[in-house]
Design a protein around this ligand. Sequence first.
Ligand code: ZN
Length: 458
Amino acid sequence: MTRSRLMRAVIALVAVVGMAVLAATLVPDATAVASAKQAPVLVLRVHAPTAKAFKALRKNYDLLEKRSGDDYFVLGDAAVQKSLKAKGYRVSVADTLAPLSPAPTSTLRAAATYATFYGGYHTAAAQQQHLRDVAATYPTLATVVDYGDSWLKTKNRGGNDLLAICITKKNAGDCALNPNVPKPRSVLYAAIHARELATAEIAWNWIDYLTQGYGTNAAVTSLLDTTELWVIPVANPDGRQIVESGGNSPYYQRKNADDARGNCRRPPTSSNQYGVDMNRNATFHWGGVGSTNTACAQEYRGTSAASEPETAAQQALFNNLFKDQRGPNITDAAPATATGTFISYHSYASLTLYPWGDTTNAAPNKTKLKALADRMVAASGSGYTTGQGPSILYGTSGTTDDDMYGRLGVASFTTELGAANTSCDGFMPPYSCVGSRFWPQEQKALMVLAQAAAGPYR
Ligand SMILES: [Zn+2]
């Protein structure tokens, strides 16, 4: 054991004790304490060289958005490791994800004035307040749109409004909930998977960069004069609040808070939790590869397409922002005159994906989609691999990006923020990684994406 490993083990032990105490306080039953005692959470590297071995792995374990050749990564604990070995998989521990000490410093503003957790990450409530503050500070540039209610809110169990912000140099008709508007639109969408912490901070920084840069930064000024930039910083606020409820030991909640089905663990564990995976719940090709009917599983797709209020509300919003620009057949390309770009942020595979996610067949606009993905990555300097999910990660269906392209013809991407083999790796990297690494890279990628909104397929 190296010194740093030893340190991490000590920190993990402290975290275990802390988590058990917290869990016992929050939910004082034996189940909660038992599940908390399963920490530390391990990232297990699992060799699955055949389709059959992969399928069984995905069905029964919490597969991470990460892959290396025929090695996949599973979130679990010592018991999960044992069960994998018993099933004949070659398994090693790639990492221990027990939360580290919070990063003490931040290069970003506002940590002092907005509520944060885990060393600086903004809470879902702070993200909402930020949108309102930006709109109040920059009334000629920013408009907040309440586009629906979260699952808990629809059940009168607390919950959240679903908020987006439209940023542009406002003229009459701009930011209207109507696809027939003068300016093309680019959408940044984050934190659909609640535990992927850095994604929402990219949204926060993008909002500040645009509003603070208007009139001082020529590229930003030109962008806001010609384009509407829409941002949904926390697509899954209920899920985010479950994550946050762990404080400095955030819970690994991925899905929304829909607990109508299943008898899942409370508090959530990394592999057994309530909720619907909103990134398997979208209408386009719902119910296909890489989704499951098992309620407590990570890739639970819900009872029907857009069953979740969050999914239905965002699709209604997107239908109001974009015309249907693609024909009904899978091979119908969106025309060169099509407008609109979209990105969904995830963690932590170091990839930029473009449609299709559920097949290795090429999307009809693949050449232009790939070219734009490559340009984003080149601008960012992130070195992320670009491609289709089934080729470079694994197949998925009912995802937001496939839905945006499949139903509406919008040029859509998923970027998996990542930093393999560095201290910024994982779902919950130290907050300082946002300022030191992820934001500087994505700021450049987002400018490329936003500037392409007028003609992504030209
Ligand atoms: Zn994700």
